[in-house]
Unconditional design. Structure first.
Length: 528
């Protein structure tokens, strides 16, 4: 290691420092796959390190500026396990291959374990510390979990936001009774409240962390575990008091009846009210929004066009014509063969419509379906998909794709969607974009769209950029986004992806399915 003076003698090379560094790196990589990193208030770690060696000469040898900087910036970092126990990120006595560093590591570890977590740690640096200077090696690691901003936040800004998140959640847990939180979750799970799916994920999460306060072995362990939960929480979960969930809790603890609570909840959760600004944005907010969008580099994402089938992730599409022809016959398939003539005619039975859930239909009927048609309701949840006009535009939604969707409040009629008949052919099935990928965001609801041939919104206005689906970073300028969305126009495409939405509210939908065995009609009456 580098010494502070050129006259300090160098110790023998057999102290095992390089092997110690290697073991620290391996162990750090393993733990970083399991847990986030946290900062602590651990103090004087480097002093404990250098004074732990048996001789003055030894201490001077290790009194290295590069190692001092690493220990000062990164030495107090920890992981937190599910029991709320701290795990030093780097310094553990069992890491050393010899006794030379054992006492130094032990003294730093004891200080770290006695410390308190005070933040989540992020860094965009590719190397933490300075591994080599000249012929000397020093404490340093190369992290695999380098911080990469997705919303324009620097690492330090993201760390500051997590501090606020922790404060918000901790305050809510202290303010609201656990029994109240449990009762609100129970009501939301009953699905008797309008659009309750918007809150159920955050509500269940808060119930989980509030319950930990009673089950953890100590207040200190709970506080550390709460940091772990906040670090892993989805966007929007850490603002319970300022959300509709907090309003619900306040109404409940105020002693209001279920009827009053439901009425107030339903009124505030209407799509044209929930997180929607009710007044034009102020000039100062517009300036703030322009700067934020520029800092995030997301301006191109606000130019929108109708999506096509190719932009979507389909879970079913009609069987290709070539396969249908192979299975159903070719050019002369309409001619009767000798074998056909000898067959005994069998009366076709008139099978009534089968009532089933979407999940059962998806699992048992859809895999065998060649073609599907849908009975068009007089008024239904017809909707369209919208995506970024620029395919290279950054993402601005809470999910990991550029596609959004919209339906009209209180439904719309088939004629508004260029659908003149009573039925329409289905060109594909897709879940709403927040459900795509390995980690669906179910707090945005669950629904499937039957994409309809020839469907097109004849009265589309605005860009359908709703504040509730945007990244949380844009929440503070949602009035500007709302105004911009209302004034904008979605770019037209030749064949827009539009269709009929079926969701957990279970509005009855009648479909006719053609399979190898013939035609059957199904009535979907609920999700599962």
């Amino acid at each position: 290691m580098e010494t502070q003076t050129s006259t300090t003698p160098r110790l023998p090379d057999n102290t095992g420092f390089d092997e110690l560094l290697s073991r620290i790196q391996v162990r750090f990589d393993e733990l970083a796959k399991l847990y986030p990193l946290f900062t602590t208030n651990a103090k004087d770690l480097f002093k404990k390190y250098v004074t732990a060696f048996p001789t003055h000469e030894d201490s001077q040898y290790h009194n290295c500026n590069a190692c001092k900087d690493f220990i000062r910036v990164y030495g107090g970092l920890v992981f937190i396990n599910e029991d709320g126990e701290l795990i030093p990120a780097f310094f553990n006595p069992f890491e050393t291959p010899s006794v030379h560093y054992g006492k130094a590591l032990q003294m730093m570890k004891e200080e770290i374990l006695d410390s308190t977590v005070n933040g989540v740690f992020y860094s965009s640096e590719l190397e933490w510390g300075k591994a080599i200077t000249g012929e000397w090696t020093h404490f340093a690691v190369r992290p695999n979990n380098v911080y990469k901003s997705t919303d324009g936040c620097t690492a330090s800004q993201a760390m500051a936001e997590k501090k606020e998140d922790f404060k918000n959640v901790h305050t809510a847990i202290l303010q609201f009774k656990l029994e109240s939180i449990r009762e609100v979750v129970h009501v939301l799970q009953s699905e008797t409240l309008y659009r309750s799916e918007k809150l159920i994920g955050a509500a269940e999460w808060l119930l989980k962390v509030a319950t930990l306060k009673r089950t953890m072995k100590s207040g200190r362990a709970f506080r550390h575990r709460l940091w772990l939960e906040v670090a892993k929480a989805p966007a929007g979960f850490c603002h319970p008091k300022s959300s509709m969930f907090g309003t619900f809790l306040e109404d409940l603890e105020a002693g209001h009846s279920y009827q009053i609570v439901k009425s107030r909840f339903d009124a505030k959760m209407k799509p044209d009210v929930y997180q929607r600004p009710q007044a034009a944005p102020a000039a100062q907010t517009i300036s703030k929004a322009e700067k934020l969008v520029a800092d995030m580099g997301i301006e191109s994402a606000f130019k929108r066009r109708f999506a096509t089938v190719e932009d979507l992730q389909l879970i079913w599409e009609p069987m290709p014509a070539a396969i249908n022809k192979k299975m159903g016959g070719g050019l002369f398939s309409h001619l009767k063969s000798k074998e056909d003539a000898e067959k005994i005619d069998v009366t076709k039975l008139d099978i009534p419509s089968v009532v089933m859930t979407w999940v059962r239909f998806r699992d048992t009927v859809l895999p065998k379906a060649r073609e599907i048609t849908v009975n068009l309701p007089g008024v239904g949840n017809f909707g369209a998909f919208v995506t970024a006009a620029d395919p290279t535009a950054p993402l601005i939604f809470q999910w990991d794709n550029p596609v959004s969707w919209y339906v009209y409040m209180n439904g719309s009629s088939p004629k508004h969607w260029n659908l003149p008949g009573r039925t329409a052919r289905v060109t594909g099935l897709t879940y709403q974009p927040s459900m795509w990928g390995e980690k669906p965001l179910t707090h945005h609801g669950e629904s499937v769209f039957f994409l309809l041939e020839g469907a097109k919104d004849n009265r589309a206005k605005g860009l359908a950029l709703f504040p509730e689906i945007l990244k949380s970073k844009l929440h503070g300028v949602r009035s500007v986004v709302e105004a911009f969305s209302k004034a904008g126009t979605i770019e037209e495409v030749e064949k827009p992806a539009c269709g009929l939405r079926f969701d957990r509210n279970g509005v009855r939908t009648i479909v006719t399915v053609e399979s190898e065995m013939g035609l059957n009609t199904y009535t979907l009456d609920r999700w599962e």
